[in-house]
Each structure stands twice: as C-alpha cells, then as structure tokens.
Design a protein around this ligand. Sequence first.
Ligand SMILES: [Zn+2]
Length: 58
Amino acid sequence: MKETSSTYCGECLRDFEPCEVVHYTWTENRCFCHICKSIMNTRSKPSWLDWQPRKVKG
Ligand SMILES: [Zn+2]
C-alpha cells in the first residue's frame, strides 16, 4: 500500500492517526477518513471517485 504524507482529512479536518489506513481520490487529490468517504460516495459515483487505500506515515 502506498503511503500518504497527508496528516488530516480533507473533509472533516480530523487529524489522522499514525499508520491509519485512509482513502485517497484523485478527483480531489487528497485523502479522507472512512466516514467522509461514505458521505462523498452519496454525492458522487464511487466508481468515479476511484478510491485507493493509503497508509498514513507513522
Ligand atoms: Zn473525515
């Protein structure tokens, strides 16, 4: 799994935990927590968001 240097969620701005698995979408070019991923899936097609897992740097 690729790592991300993002330190917080692009939607709710919650700080990520070290080594947390988060969700990247190229459409926003940033990472989001699990809850915000679910919310965004109701706004846009998940297939279009093309979510990829990313591991936060520890
Ligand atoms: Zn979030």
